[in-house]
Design a protein around this ligand. Sequence first.
Ligand SMILES: Cc1ncc(COP(=O)(O)O)c(C=O)c1O
Length: 383
Amino acid sequence: MDPTADSAATITATWRPGVIDLGPGHPSTDLLPLGLLRSAAQGALARDPSILQYGAEQGPLRFRHQLAAALEAETGSATDPDGLFVTGGASQALDILCTLYTRPGQTVLVAEPTYFLALKLFADRGLHVVPVACDERGPLPAALEAALASHRPALFYLVPIFGNPTGVTLTPERRAAVVDLTAGTGTLVVADEVYRLLQFGGLPPASLAGEGHEHVVSLNSFSKTLGPGLRLGWFSGPEAIIGRVRASGFLRSGGGLNPVVAALVGELLADGRFSDHVRHLRRMYEGRAGALGAALREHAPELLFEDPRGGYFIWARLPGAGAERLRSLTGEAGADYAPGAAFSVGGGFSDYLRLSFSHYAPEELAEGARRLGEGVRALLAGD
Ligand SMILES: Cc1ncc(COP(=O)(O)O)c(C=O)c1O
């Protein structure tokens, strides 16, 4: 079975009237900062017509400085503008890295469960995907070591911070194990960190690429903070990788990726409006995560889950659940979710549900949990 074929169709479904769909990991439309973008556009478009030119391959220098300064302020970690490469989002960064660092038929390791559309992207490229087992602290070092030895993979892909779908963040020990075990193996580690800035307290967890390792790249994006329609993101990594991407035919031909949007977003980074907006989002999403968690405990106490500390998702388990049956019963009650098997290479995790709290207001999340509970009760009653 191709694990990506159906899941892509079902999870990115359009919103259905009357259904509370906790499946898609989309921001809520009322949290998208249209007004901020409007005023940023006025500033950026008034200043300099050269933003409409072919842009520098690595991204506009001015923007990379603005981004580095904002990341330093948000994370407390020194950030070098020359270590940032501007992209049209994390998906594009992953696609470009696959172009340059993989060949069809090679193996990619993924920390499982994983972001289901990365699986689709790897499948499109004819890559052989091998899962690496994880626990609640991250990939199991012994499993990673064995997979590296037997498959000699081109890439190891993981979502190490507020993971999709699990919400898990790697412990410092597991981060170190990932970096150390892969060093010198020829495997490129691609850490997809698109939820990193959405922590519910303190500073964000450290980026996997933050220590300057030669074989580690971190992907990030404005999709989860400013809006996916912007198609703007970045990756950070060592100069050897940045230089190789900069010199690729795609970048040489078309120039930098999305320079106009970068100029707009740069305005928001430079004067603190991005920072204020992200602070607001963190509060909103923390409240929503709390509302969904509390309502699940009330209405669907059979579900087992940890409260997330950031990101967009609750990863819940209903031991022994027949996933398809539960989904149809939940559907009858007017709710939906992303089934766990979508996040697995081989259809595992079928008794898990990924529940996104990003899209709905707290009252709707509570109602979604109530409907989910109805489905669970019907399942357990054998309906
Ligand atoms: C882990 C992960 N990576 C990448 C993406 C997509 O990122 P972008 O919109 O920047 O391409 C998502 C969106 O759901 C995601 O959850």
